[in-house]
Design a protein around this ligand. Structure first.
Ligand SMILES: [Zn+2]
Ligand SMILES: [Zn+2]
Length: 242
């Protein structure tokens, strides 16, 4: 697997103060794709064909709607996608209705459920985000491998990664780093994760203790947003206060 290097955004994200640089990059990519699919480029015929077939998932369809922008074009692409989705759905249901006998029916229902769940989850925004983040993961590991401009130092000075992107990093490292280099990278990453895991646990503990009236007047320290950062660390999603 070979990707285009994206050094500038990766450096920016690693220099920014966050619980996971890839969460920052993913969040920015998501915003860009939401804007893109609410823009006029979605109306070009090739794009319409893709939207009709794939559509958006349970997270991104609501996001497109709640942005309150360009409802006319969202209405148009949703109408044609709905028609196509309905055809697929009817096909699944008709196949079940036409299934002969009782033997194997349970398996057939399971297969139909799987197909419909797959259709609901298929998403043009998710797949584009996935490709984009893969390029960032690739770039970060190449920078670590080459240690350009002391990237390893920047890596070690960060706050580590969320669980989701740590998992993605492990998978990418297996493909990308030479086997002899993996233990060194793993050691640096494990040290970082241990240190920052402890730091965030302590920050969250103080967050919970601040609810005690005896602590009411004591300073928050760095714990004021510890809960949203901890949830972000667990889920790989940046939480914003409404
Ligand atoms: Zn992350
Ligand atoms: Zn999605």
């Amino acid at each position: 697997m070979k990707y285009k290097l994206e050094t500038i955004p990766v450096w920016d994200a690693f220099r920014a103060d966050s619980e996971c640089p890839f969460c920052l990059l993913e969040d920015e990519a998501e915003k860009r794709y939401i804007d893109f699919f609410l823009g006029n480029s979605v109306m070009v015929p090739e794009m319409r064909v893709e939207v009709n077939a794939t559509g958006f998932c349970r997270s991104h369809y609501p996001m497109l709607f709640s942005s309150r922008r360009n409802r006319h074009s969202l209405g148009l692409v949703t109408h044609t996608h709905l028609q196509q989705a309905d055809k697929k759905k009817e096909k699944v249901l008709m196949r079940l209705l036409g299934f002969p006998g009782k033997r194997g029916m349970k398996k057939e229902l399971g297969r139909a459920a799987q197909q419909l769940h797959g259709d609901v989850e298929s998403c043009m925004i998710c797949s584009r985000i996935e490709e984009t983040v893969a390029r960032y993961l690739y770039t970060a590991l190449i920078l670590w491998k080459k240690d350009e401009e002391n990237f390893r130092g920047t890596w070690a000075a960060g706050r580590g990664f969320c669980r989701f992107h740590l998992a993605s990093l492990l998978a990418m490292a297996g493909e990308l780093l030479p086997a002899a280099m993996v233990p060194l990278w793993l050691q640096a990453t494990t040290d970082l994760e241990k240190e920052n895991g402890k730091r965030l646990e302590d920050e969250l503990l103080w967050y919970t203790r601040k609810f005690d009236f005896q602590n009411e007047t004591k300073p928050w320290g760095s714990s004021k947003d510890a809960l949203q950062r901890a949830i972000g660390k667990l889920t790989g999603k940046i939480l914003k206060e409404e």
